[in-house]
Design a binder for this molecule. Structure first.
Ligand SMILES: [Zn+2]
Length: 218
């Protein structure tokens, strides 16, 4: 039987969110993104949402127990009975240990962890090469999917720009943060024999096909 909990890991630019969405659609199971859920909990003013809101307004990080609590509430909902995907969570070893305890307590069995791996140079190109049309929002990549004319949208001639968090310095920071925070987590799942590596250097369709084929058989 397919493991109920599927955890998608991968650095920024690996296409983790896109792949989680494809798998979620294919198997009709929810994709649970902690970022989205935090915002929703705040909007719905749940007890945890109210605490998270206070922390965020004070400019503090939302503590592990809040994020974990929100995940626990979410996976207790009926639509998670047939399985679910955790996207962007756990991020740290402490969160991974929490997930293990929670799944065990709910009788859901061990998670399957999919690590989408992409070589550092390609990640930098994917992330730093991204340019967005100021008119229609079309996304290009100056290395991998360049517009016909430099700096101009093919569709409407709009000017292409770079978002501040796509600049090289910011991206190196994000990659470094991922590497230092998440590396121990990958080792942790590897030791437990729960990790499956996926080659993320290919196009999104090829990756999605491999993931779905693998999960069909799992
Ligand atoms: Zn455009």
């Amino acid at each position: 039987m397919r493991p109920q909990a599927q955890i998608f890991l991968g650095p920024p630019g690996a296409g983790k969110g896109t792949q989680a969405r494809e798998v979620s659609k294919h198997f009709s199971i929810p994709q649970i993104s902690t970022g989205d859920m935090l915002r929703e909990a705040v909007r719905n003013q749940t007890p945890l949402g109210l605490v998270a809101k206070a922390k965020m307004e004070a400019g503090e990080l939302v503590p592990d127990e809040i994020v974990c609590g929100i995940v626990e509430e979410r996976i207790s909902e009926p639509d998670c009975r047939r399985g679910f995907i955790l996207d962007g969570f756990p991020r740290t070893l402490a969160q991974a240990e929490f997930v293990d305890r929670m799944l065990q307590a709910k009788g859901k069995g061990a998670p399957l962890v999919l690590d989408i791996k992409v070589d550092g140079d390609l990640l930098l190109k994917r992330l730093t090469g991204r340019r967005t049309c100021s008119v229609c929002g079309e996304i290009y990549n100056i290395y991998l999917n360049p517009p016909k004319a430099d700096g101009v949208c093919d569709k409407d001639g709009g000017k292409l720009g770079q978002r501040p968090d796509d600049e090289e310095q910011a991206i190196r920071q994000r990659l470094l943060a991922y590497e230092t925070q998440t590396r121990p987590l990958i080792d942790y799942y590897q030791r437990k024999g729960l990790l499956r590596e996926v080659d993320g250097s290919r196009g999104p369709e090829a990756i999605a096909k491999e993931l779905i084929d693998f999960l069909e058989k799992a």
